[in-house]
Write a protein that binds this ligand. Structure first.
Ligand code: SF4
Length: 228
């Protein structure tokens, strides 16, 4: 393991092939999935995504709600075995109320299609549900508050695979000290869920050189998903 590799919270790299996932339910609700989240703050009595979405729509727990047009909760199959997590809504997402619908979203659609995923069959969400002004990176306090919703989404959906798209998701889900350039393309296992980070589609639009490694990551993700 590289010396740059952060000391990951309770997860171990799966060096060769990840261990088989446990049967659902994957974990006790007394134990959070995301590092640093308190179970009691993550809506422990909510068991349905629609219920959670209704709470999120009315949420004003951080400053982001005062500048965005609407809450972008996430979308997809609530029983999906795979969950893709990005950073937060951009302008197009804020207008439409759906995740990954702008240029980056269109690129994600192409990647998903090339990797033989059907978008309606997967679940797509973000670390923060409200658009940060000017598409700035969400502040740590905003991420910390909104991760309660993400924790609850993961608890309800119970995916077998989580894909972190970009640095913000990588830090929010895997480890705050994680560097995406170091850990992308590697499988981690936590509470029976396989986790991989790869570059955010928006980064691919800016940096051509990220396209090849991202595609290599998606081939691994596709193969793992097909093997479930
Ligand atoms: S970003 Fe999350 S915590 Fe902040 S207001 Fe929106 S839903 Fe609530």
């Amino acid at each position: 393991m590289s010396v740059e590799q952060p000391d990951l919270f309770g997860i171990e790299p799966a060096m060769d092939k990840p261990a088989e996932p446990e049967k659902k339910p994957l974990r006790q609700e007394t134990e959070p999935f995301l590092p640093g989240v308190r179970v009691e703050a993550a809506f422990p009595h909510v068991y349905k995504l629609e219920e959670l979405a209704a709470l999120a729509v009315n949420c004003q727990a951080c400053r982001l709600r005062s500048t965005c047009q609407q809450v972008v909760f996430g979308e997809g199959d609530p029983d999906s075995k795979i969950m893709f997590i990005g950073e937060g809504p951009g302008q197009d997402e804020d207008i439409q109320g759906r995740p990954f619908v702008g240029r980056a979203g269109q690129l994600l659609n192409k990647i998903l299609e090339a990797a033989e995923f059907s978008r309606p069959d997967v679940y797509i969400g973000n670390v923060v549900k409200c658009r940060p002004p000017g598409n700035r990176i969400p502040n740590p306090d905003e991420v910390q508050i909104c991760r309660n919703y993400l924790e609850a989404q993961i608890r309800i959906i119970k995916p077998s695979i989580i894909v972190c798209l970009g640095a913000a998701a990588c830090k929010a889900v895997i480890d705050p000290k994680a560097k995406i350039s170091v850990i992308r393309g590697k499988w981690f296992m936590r509470q029976g869920i396989k986790i991989m980070a790869t570059y955010h589609p928006a980064a691919l639009l800016r940096t051509e050189a990220y396209k090849r490694p991202t595609w290599e990551d998606f081939k691994l993700i596709r193969d793992e998903y097909k093997g479930l």
